[in-house]
Design a protein around this ligand. Structure first.
Ligand SMILES: [Zn+2]
Length: 354
């Protein structure tokens, strides 16, 4: 026998409660063991042994924000500066909105970006395009060591209601709304998300599925601002799906001054994207600048999140079964995280994949 500590969020326990039986006596450990007995070898995927990401170049730091689970942050990035969003613990998906400071109605257009860059997963060297009538690159992607996604919309209360029958759950739409409020933006200003650190596959018939998150600690994506922008990254609120490996973790955002080689790479990206040929503003629109609300005090819904650690005693045979499932690239040295994945994978099988 051995004991494995498994930590769940209060939101996860709310779902697990539905599967407890009278015999369990309010203890989640027997339920986790039942899930482990039903686990299928390899269901967490095979480690790809991707090497650790190379560290980004050293640049002067302008500002740094640690973004906690359940929250997001609106961050000013001046024209020519860089915003880097990076993993702290690894495995965390994030949503990103970007607005032009000069006109609150101009923001990135995910569909246009997907089409212009001919890629569901824009990456290093790609341009991030804004909506009409501007239709210009607001930023370039200077570097990306993980994956992005432009196929799935933000998670919202709708999804948790529909698939889990739970109506008070952290979700990107509401987190974005609260973060954007710092610049006076309204709930309807949340635009389709540019998904960071999100692993999506498309099958031969065009069917999309969300895979487990393969990002490592230190993975990052860097955007070079082509105009003054407000970037709003948030920690995805989904702890019931594979996009963040069934948990909520911190992300870090850093604003940096650019180096000469950054400007060179951006100019190459703009030339490759023929941005000069399309960079125009055909309408004479009045400015509608984004202004910081100095009275803003963040009040994100569904917080505080609480975390409960359950001690799960497993037999030698069960420990061996966990060995056959445990993806050590996703959960290096963390049997508890692997066992949490087993538990939530089982829940998904009961409720139907979403
Ligand atoms: Zn989300």
């Amino acid at each position: 026998m051995s004991t494995i500590d498994v930590t769940f969020t209060n939101q996860q326990l709310e779902i697990l409660d539905r599967f407890l039986t009278a015999k369990d006596g309010g203890d989640y450990a027997p339920l986790v063991r039942r899930a482990l007995d039903a686990a299928e070898p390899g269901e967490q995927g095979v480690p790809k042994d991707r090497p650790a990401p190379a560290a980004p170049p050293t640049r002067p730091v302008v500002a740094e924000h640690l973004i906690a689970p359940g929250t997001g942050k609106a961050i000013e990035v001046a024209k020519g500066q860089i915003i880097r969003i990076e993993q702290v613990e690894g495995g965390q998906c994030g949503d990103l909105n970007i607005f032009a400071r000069r006109n609150r109605h101009e923001r990135i257009h995910v569909g246009r970006t997907r089409a212009m860059e001919a890629d569901n997963s824009p990456t290093t060297g790609d341009l991030i395009w804004s909506n009409a009538p501007w239709e210009r690159p607001l930023a370039t992607v200077l570097a990306n060591t993980a994956r992005t996604d432009t196929l799935f919309p933000y998670c919202s209360a709708l999804l948790y209601s529909k698939y889990f029958d739970t109506h008070a759950h952290t979700n990107c739409q509401q987190i974005q709304t609260e973060a954007q409020r710092e610049y006076g933006l309204a709930p309807y200003d949340v635009h389709e998300s540019f998904n960071l650190f999100m692993y999506v596959s498309v099958d031969a018939d065009g069917g999309r599925s969300i895979d487990r998150n393969e990002s490592h600690p230190g993975d990052y994506i860097e955007f070079h601002a082509l105009d003054d922008i407000v970037a709003v990254p948030n920690v995805c609120g989904d702890d019931l799906g594979k996009s963040s490996n069934y948990f909520l973790r911190h992300l870090k955002a850093v604003v940096l001054d650019a180096l000469p080689q950054d400007q060179e790479r951006t100019e190459q990206a703009l030339a490759a994207g023929r941005a000069d040929a399309v960079l125009q503003q055909p309408y004479d629109l009045p400015d509608a600048p984004l202004v910081h609300d100095d009275s803003y005090v963040p009040s994100f819904p569904y917080l505080p999140l609480t975390f409960t650690t359950v001690a799960v005693e497993v037999s030698n045979a069960q420990a061996e079964a966990l060995d056959g499932v445990w993806n050590r690239e996703l959960y290096p040295g963390d049997a508890g995280a692997a066992l949490r994945d087993v538990m939530l994978t089982w829940v998904t099988k009961q409720l139907g994949d979403w």
